[in-house]
Design a protein around this ligand. Sequence first.
Ligand code: PEP
Ligand code: MN
Length: 360
Amino acid sequence: MKNTTALKNWLTKFGNETPFLIAGPCSAETEEQVLKTAHQLKNTKAKVLRAGIWKPRTRPGNFEGVGALGLSWLQKAKQETGLLTATEVANPVHVDLALKHDVDILWIGARTTVSPFVVQEIAESLKGTDKTILIKNPVNPDLALWLGAVERFYKQDIENLGVIHRGFSSYGASKYRNIPEWQIPIDLQQQFPDLPLILDPSHISGDRKLIFELCQTALDLNYDGFMIETHPEPKKAWSDAAQQITPARLQEITEALTVRKKVSESKDFLEDLATLRLKIDRLDTTLIQALIKRMQVADEIGVLKRKQNVSLLQAERWAEILDKMIKAGNGNGLSEEFILRIFKAIHQESLEHQHKKIQE
Ligand code: PEP
Ligand code: MN
């Protein structure tokens, strides 16, 4: 793999401010709406106007975008306001049209990143480009698929790359439209430390009320920027109405965010941090030891069940454990969602241990 040290350089082309801000409607709807958004965004920190021209909808029958016509509206908005432009491309024809309309940032949507064939085709159609290409995470929580897409673009000598974290789909209820799974972008960042990381709080939340808190979390995790869906009249948007905000609200949010220093040289700070990190390390050791012991007990249960020819899964017992743990953790700072995820993982591992013993 290539040395990616210089990658964050492309951010300078967009002003190099933290956070780097892309904003604009989910979809370009009319020329008037695109121009109005762009002019209102002049009063915000946004450097780039986004708008979906071709909309990938999960189910047919929803608004599927205005098509190439909208690209000339983006071009006009750029001429009138000086904002740079961004849109989603999902095939080489889109790429060709976007390049002809001088779009500055082309992004790969979450439903495209899942397909290595399509990603390869798009990457080849952009070979050697000096445009900025942003790759959204795939819909499903699969780090390798996301990394693979990044690698396909590098291999076509495309240097101005970045990634957008837009959350992952999950089955079942959640407060988010797409759960953040922060660990996945953090893992990606470890493999490509110089790849700019941008948060899309709009598609993670599906709800404009959650945008601020998601942005603050991302800043605390050293994200480089945001892509936020912004519309002059969010409630009337033709797509994703519940998650869009007005340019005025965007300005309020960015002003209220705290950008923290990445490091501090203060001696007291470093000492306090070292003490707390030691505590965390000890607790992590305690946690792993408790898990090891728990699995040893699961092994014993497996042996017992084999002797009695009893089935592996005891649904009532599992419901009882979950209920007890949710009660214990809830109210003490642990969210129900977190407890469920931890205990589902523990239960899964425990069943695997018992299963091995039952088969012996
Ligand atoms: C979008 O940005 O409007 C969009 C369709 O996003 P995603 O690919 O993340 O669903
Ligand atoms: Mn959208």
